[in-house]
Design a protein around this ligand. Structure first.
Ligand code: FEO
Length: 393
């Protein structure tokens, strides 16, 4: 997002990162990302809402200069993570007298992360307001979207809710608004899956907190702005609900083909039973696509050969990611093949401690699957079908 006017006196001044390949050195960014920052020039005071990633500070400064912003009174920090806060030291040095406005927890984080001083800050309470003259900011604590210190800022007179990471999408685009809803839905779902999903339960509370708030624009800090906020709120309501779909996510890895034969057989057995399958060949898979599939699926079947005496590292990595993302899975099973023994299923199960799903007995075969092994896979497919039917009707 670059320099655009949202409302008279309210501009986007952030930066587009068209080709950043990874976030947090793990999350693929197939569509790049944006770091949105907003400036509000009111009758008495000027406020900047969040900043940008340090690599793009020069673009933020250029946008402020292009708007003729020579003085900033307040820099609102909705979130301490550096892709939004990293430019704060530079902005403070360029705009002497500016104060960072945030909650006490975010202040503590910012002091540690950016080595800022006490006197750089003004702290605000939940629902506290701050007058800019003819405009009013209201701060709404929204913890755990996705750090514990996060908050929203509501610009009352213009009915704009600045939500920082919440509702965002890693989508580099020249569009100011999320009018291409099909495209934004995919990017926002990927973002939710990778960043927000572990906090699903608390997110529902934050959604409830803003349910009756009168806003016509939701302005996140990544991706385009929503002038139809209902679209993204409805999507979040769906993703965070307890409802699951008749889907099985199957991340797998196979070294010499035996586990692959099992996966192919299971997929056919499930499809025959009208169950949607989402396989991911782990050494080549986009971890973000797996995360997205896990937003809705009722069941996970993780398939791995035995590598030395444990799971293949790619399967262990997938299990670690699934465990961290805490999807709303209802059922989990494992499949795989071994050569001379090992503890592959036990070690994978031990990684999945956060997943409160029912474990369906794994199917582990010695060498290449044959005869009764396929009967066991059929039994697994049948068991999944029955459990899905009992759950989904
Ligand atoms: Fe976009 Fe949590 O930072």
């Amino acid at each position: 997002m670059t320099l655009r006017e949202l409302k008279p006196g309210v501009h986007t001044v952030g930066a587009i990162d068209w080709d950043r390949p990874l976030f947090d050195e793990i999350i693929p960014l197939p569509d790049g990302t944006t770091y949105n920052s907003y400036v509000i020039k009111a009758s008495e005071k000027t406020a900047l809402i969040d900043t940008v990633d340090p690599s793009k500070t020069h673009e933020l400064i250029a946008n402020l200069n292009a708007l003729g912003i020579s003085h900033i009174d307040y820099i609102i920090a909705n979130h301490a993570e550096q892709d939004h806060s990293g430019s704060l030291p530079k902005i403070l040095s360029l705009y002497p007298g500016a104060k960072i406005v945030t909650n006490p927890k975010c202040k503590d984080f910012l002091k540690e992360l950016l080595l800022l001083a006490d006197e750089d800050f003004i702290t605000v309470e939940d629902r506290q307001t701050l007058s800019l003259g003819d405009r009013t900011l209201e701060f709404i604590y929204a913890p755990w979207v996705h750090w514990p210190e996060t908050m929203f800022t509501y610009l009352r007179e213009d009915k704009i809710l600045f939500t920082c990471d919440f509702l965002g999408s890693h989508l580099a685009t020249s569009d100011t608004y999320a009018d291409n809803e099909a495209k934004v839905y995919e990017s926002a779902k990927r973002y939710y899956a990778e960043i927000m999903m572990p906090f699903r339960t608390i997110i529902t509370k934050n959604l409830e907190k803003i349910r009756d708030l009168d806003y016509t624009i939701a302005a996140p800090s990544h991706g385009p702005v929503y002038r139809n906020p209902k679209f993204i709120i409805n999507a979040y309501n769906e993703w965070t609900s307890d409802k699951v779909k008749n889907e099985v996510v199957i991340p797998f890895v196979s070294m010499h083909g035996s586990t692959r034969i099992m996966v192919d057989y299971l997929m056919k057995a499930l499809m025959k039973r009208n169950i949607t399958v989402k396989p991911f060949n782990l050494p080549h898979a986009d971890i973000g696509q797996i995360a997205m599939a896990l937003v809705d699926a009722a069941t996970l079947v993780l398939a791995s050969p035995t590598f030395l005496v444990g799971p293949h590292p790619a399967a262990a990595y997938a299990a670690t990611v699934v465990n961290a993302l805490r999807p709303k899975l209802k059922f989990v099973s494992l499949m795989g093949s071994y050569g001379w023994g090992g503890k592959m299923p036990e070690q994978l199960t031990a990684i999945l401690t956060n997943i409160k799903a029912e474990i369906i007995p794994p199917v582990i075969v010695h060498g290449q699957p044959r005869g009764n092994d396929f009967t066991l896979i059929d039994t697994l497919a049948e068991s999944i079908q029955k459990k899905h039917q009992a759950l989904l009707g």
